[in-house]
Every structure is written in structure tokens, then in C-alpha cells.
Design a protein around this ligand. Structure first.
Ligand code: ZN
Length: 244
């Protein structure tokens, strides 16, 4: 379906002040990488596809497992054993055939990061470990590409947007060594909430609407049902972004 023929799909978001046809055109022209199609990536990919982001690159190297299904809502029971990018691409294409879904079944490493994020306007976090997030952060700073970060534990979530050179990067925020990843408890709605917040930031970056969470950490507490905000500072001696 052509962009013009599909405008009815987007009419409720285009009705927003400052969005309009121009905002929709910007979304259609945007290229977004979603780094991981787990719990966060499920919500991010569904909402950015529904919103009409023109090109979405899904990056993951895992296959769907039964224990994923309490939270990774883009994958369903009959997808068990299937590569996550393939399972997600199938649903997303059905949701919005106007979006080009590029399914990349690859692990993000120091060697692969450069080519995986090539040509992308934004990278959105769907990771489950800080070491890979640091690789993404470094690559985004190198390319000067916005990186929307989210992480979670149980019923708690964290969000910030990194605009290289304009605010703190992930290394400014977490300067220490990366702890060894281990699986953590997750109530399925937590990545849902945090993924929706990430998708909102991506839409804001693309359309220019609103104020981004640059230099701020949003802390979601699902148990108390509260959001708090902590100011973040850029580090002059950051080994990743200190010299840009
Ligand atoms: Zn930094």
C-alpha cells in the first residue's frame, strides 16, 4: 500500500498539534534499528510499526522459547523454536504492510555493530545486558546517532535518551565495569510500559515533537505505580563521549 493510500491509518496521530502530514512523512522516511526483539523490543516494534516508521531493522540472534512468552508479546506459542526476528517480522508485516521490516538474525558484537547500525537514524534498546548496551552506546556516539535506552528489573524500569554530544552517554551514567549478565525476574507489563516509553521517544525524535529525556533518567516503579526523575550529568572524562 502506498504512503498516500494508507493515510487513513494514521489520521488520529496526524490530528495531533504539530504532527500533521509533515510528521507522518518524517516517520515514513525514518530508519530505526531495534536492538533486540525480546520484551522491550516487542512493544517498541509493534508501536513503531503501527505508527508507520518507514524502515525498521530488527536485530536479534535468539530463538523463541516458552519462558519468553509472559512478556515478549510479538511472539506466540506456535513460534517456539523460530528465530525471534523471523517471528516478529511476520506479525509486523501483517500489522502494517507499508513498513519495510529488515530482519537481521545476528548477534551484536564489537565487530558486527558497525555494519548492523549502518544507515540508521535511531537505535532503540531491546537488550537484557549492560555489556551489549555499552557496545551500542559506543557505536551510536561514534556515528552521532540517537540511542533510546531502557532497562528493567521485576516491576521497575529505567529510561533515558542519549543524543551524542548533547547530553550524557551511557558510559557517563554507568562508568564502572559491566557486571556479568544473569536472568532477572520480570513481570510482563514492565517491558511493555518501558517499550512504549521508548517508542514514544523515537516518535518524538523523528517528528521533533515534545521534549526528550536527554540528561534525565525516568524511573518507573510498578509496585508503587509512580514515575520519578533523576538529573544526569555528562562526564568530561568519559572515555566514550568525553572528546566529542
Ligand atoms: Zn559519555
Amino acid at each position: 500500500m502506498s504512503f498516500k493510500a494508507d493515510l487513513t491509518r494514521y489520521k488520529r496521530q496526524m490530528a495531533l498539534n504539530g504532527f500533521g502530514m509533515e510528521g507522518q512523512r518524517k516517520l515514513d522516511a525514518a530508519k530505526v534499528a531495534i536492538a533486540g526483539v525480546g520484551g522491550l523490543g516487542s512493544a517498541v516494534s509493534l508501536y513503531l510499526t503501527a505508527a508507520g516508521v518507514g524502515y525498521i531493522r530488527l536485530i536479534d540472534f535468539d530463538v523463541v522459547e516458552l519462558s519468553n512468552l509472559n512478556r515478549q508479546v510479538v511472539h506466540w506459542s506456535n513460534d517456539i523454536g523460530r528465530p525471534k526476528v523471523e517471528s516478529a517480522a511476520m506479525k509486523l508485516t501483517q500489522l502494517n504492510p507499508g513498513v519495510k521490516i529488515d530482519a537481521v538474525n545476528e548477534k551484536i558484537t564489537k565487530e558486527s555493530a558497525g555494519s548492523l547500525f549502518e544507515g540508521m537514524d535511531i537505535v532503540v534498546d531491546g537488550q537484557d545486558n549492560i555489556a551489549t548496551r555499552m557496545l551500542i552506546n559506543e557505536e551510536c556516539v561514534r556515528r552521532s546517532v540517537p540511542y533510546v535506552y531502557a532497562a528493567l528489573y521485576g516491576m521497575e524500569g529505567f529510561l533515558t535518551t542519549i543524543l551524542p554530544g548533547k547530553g550524557p552517554c551511557l558510559k557517563c551514567i554507568y562508568p564502572g565495569e559491566c557486571p556479568v549478565p544473569e536472568s532477572c525476574p520480570v513481570v510482563g507489563t514492565t517491558p511493555g510500559v518501558m517499550g512504549c516509553l521508548e517508542a514514544t521517544e523515537a516518535i518524538k525524535i523523528i517528528t521533533g515533537i515534545g521534549k526528550l529525556v536527554v540528561g534525565r533518567l525516568i524511573i518507573y516503579d510498578g509496585e508503587r505505580m509512580s514515575f520519578q526523575e533523576v538529573a544526569l550529568r555528562r562526564s568530561d572524562i568519559c572515555p566514550v563521549c568525553g572528546c566529542i
